[in-house]
Design a protein around this ligand. Structure first.
Ligand code: AHG
Ligand code: MN
Ligand code: MN
Length: 338
């Protein structure tokens, strides 16, 4: 009898596909196209994580030797990850346009299906500089509905939408385990890849960012060129102005630095600096998905003037300052900026 009790008491393993389908039931008549789209992303990230996990054993480390649109030397894994995302997503007739950090222009899907209703924007491999030294990297994605009247002649119209129009956003962090975190606008859920079965299994249901943390995350090497409010804010954290002292953690992969902030609270900042007057991070496929997840989990995300999600993009690769984290730290920073 105990054995039976145990079986029925332990929570059943819910895979991400089951979770999405359950969620779709909130929309009667949902066609299942959206869950089919998300399954393309989960498939692509499983292919990417397989390469990340064996990077040292196969010829996937190191630079690909080509400069990308960002003027950065593409790593081989950037190229592989980008092709995996494009390949998997291009097979979904509901996807009309893709935009990637690794492609200068948005990509119009060759099927040109008139029923295509989504655009997907992504950073196939975030934190590339960390690949060769075996530090966590990630993938980010952001999903928009095709704007009314948008056709394939103007793919920019599909993707240059403010973050508050995202219908879904998320990331995968390839860390000590592979975790996918996503939202469709009603809460944030995390799924850990079970390598034995190759399925993402629900591990963090309804994630909430703590109201306050004890860690700030910024690349202090650029501190001399931060606008003054950033330095003053960091000093106030060091001085215990928010009630306790803070430690500093900076991994250099946005997805990993944010994932820690989501779980533990605190604040992540990428301010403007000498080389990047608007900050280094890109609005469409880094700041926006992270900001949607943060807000859905009770945190906040700004560019120091406005909500990230309210910024009207003018370019696929435009950059913006990103300050994201717990309610209390964000309120303190925003007050300093006024
Ligand atoms: P990517 O590898 O996709 O270009 O992104 C790297 C970004 C982001 O992941 C991280 O927060 C930031 O670069 C780190 O930049 P610094 O090395 O200048 O701190
Ligand atoms: Mn990135
Ligand atoms: Mn990248």
């Amino acid at each position: 009898m105990i054995h039976q009790k145990f079986i029925f008491e332990t929570p059943a393993s819910i895979t991400i596909q089951q979770h999405i389908l359950q969620d779709q039931q909130r929309f009667p008549g949902a066609s299942g196209e959206f869950s089919f789209l998300l399954s393309a992303i989960t498939l692509a990230t499983k292919k990417i994580q397989a390469k990340v996990r064996s990077a040292g054993l196969i010829d996937i480390l190191g630079a690909h030797g080509v400069e990308n649109v960002q003027g950065e030397i593409q790593q081989k894994l950037d190229v592989y990850a980008n092709e995996a995302m494009i390949h998997c997503l291009a097979s979904r007739p509901s996807v009309g346009v893709l935009a990637s950090e690794e492609n200068e222009q948005p990509l119009v899907m060759p099927h040109l299906s008139p029923s295509a209703k989504y655009a997907v924007v992504f950073d196939p491999l975030d934190g590339s500089s960390n690949i060769d030294v075996n530090v966590s990297v990630g993938t980010t994605f952001s999903i928009f509905r095709r704007p009314d009247g948008a056709d394939f002649e103007d793919p920019n119209a599909w993707v240059l939408q403010p973050g508050n129009k995202q219908i879904s956003a998320g990331y995968v962090v390839y860390g000590s385990s592979t975790v996918m975190v996503y939202t469709v606008g009603n809460g944030v859920h995390g799924f850990t890849l079970d390598p034995n079965v190759g399925a993402y299994v629900l591990s963090h249901e309804n994630m909430k960012m703590p109201e306050q943390g004890s860690c700030y995350s910024v690349n202090e090497a650029y501190a001399n060129n931060f606008p003054p409010e950033y330095g003053a804010f960091i000093q106030s954290l060091r001085d215990g102005a928010l009630g306790h002292s803070y430690k500093s953690r900076y991994i250099g992969s946005l997805v990993a630095d944010f994932h820690r902030t989501l779980l533990r609270g605190g604040i992540f900042m990428y301010p403007p600096n000498k080389t990047h007057s608007e900050g280094k991070l890109r609005l469409l496929y880094e700041a926006n998905p992270i900001a949607m997840i943060a807000e859905q989990a009770g945190g906040r995300a700004t560019d120091s003037n406005q909500r990230i999600l309210d910024i009207k993009p003018t370019g696929v690769h435009q950059r913006c300052p990103l300050i994201v984290g717990s309610k209390l730290e964000m309120e303190a920073f925003e007050k300093l900026c006024q």
